[in-house]
Write a protein that binds this ligand. Sequence first.
Ligand SMILES: C[S@@+](CC[C@H](N)C(=O)[O-])C[C@H]1O[C@@H](n2cnc3c(N)ncnc32)[C@H](O)[C@@H]1O
Length: 205
Amino acid sequence: MTVDESALGRGDELRFLRTWLLAPLTTGAQMPSGRRLARAMAAAVDPEVPGWVIELGPGTGPVTRALIERGVAPERLLLVEANAEFCRLLRERCPGARVLHADAFAAMRRLRREGLPVSAVVSSLPLMTLAPRRRLRLLHDCLRLMGPGGRFVQFTYAFRSPLPLRATGIRAAAAPRVWWNLWPAKVWTYQRADGPGSTYSSTAK
Ligand SMILES: C[S@@+](CC[C@H](N)C(=O)[O-])C[C@H]1O[C@@H](n2cnc3c(N)ncnc32)[C@H](O)[C@@H]1O
């Protein structure tokens, strides 16, 4: 089962722009992520590691599609999206995935209590508009949900880490900036420092 590719396109850009005009802080971008950025996000996930892959803020689904192309079966995907229209689209386009119309912060706390086996959390949430403490709490909730090798993946348009690096016990690594995207963005991966090695050779500054 795959994402319906014909459905992804110009209509998504207009839909995204309209959503951004109505709620700029929550939508976080004027356009969906481009192919290169979506692939860079998916590249940080190892499809061979068993367990659910949770996507936070999937929007219209470009990263979802890249994850499926990378080899993550749709049945292993849990998509948590706050926008009802995006949820409806995701259900149409990716019928195998579980789509949760919810606030990602509350959902992660709830899932922690459920003890779901999770290998990676891939987030496109607009974290930079939130207080550093809130961002860090989300990261800790996600890392606690996963085993020692679990990865939290986040992109940002900013030049620094979207999560405070003073945090103890967390290792961060950044992939090279994706310039061919509106706007150019960088993918960061966060892991427990006591977990296995990171994907990227360049480390956080
Ligand atoms: C920057 S867009 C990224 C969308 C998509 N992943 C992409 O790359 O094009 C952020 C997405 O996060 C969603 N979002 C923002 N805050 C959220 C929250 N607290 N819980 C769940 N989704 C949220 C927005 O509705 C939007 O779809």
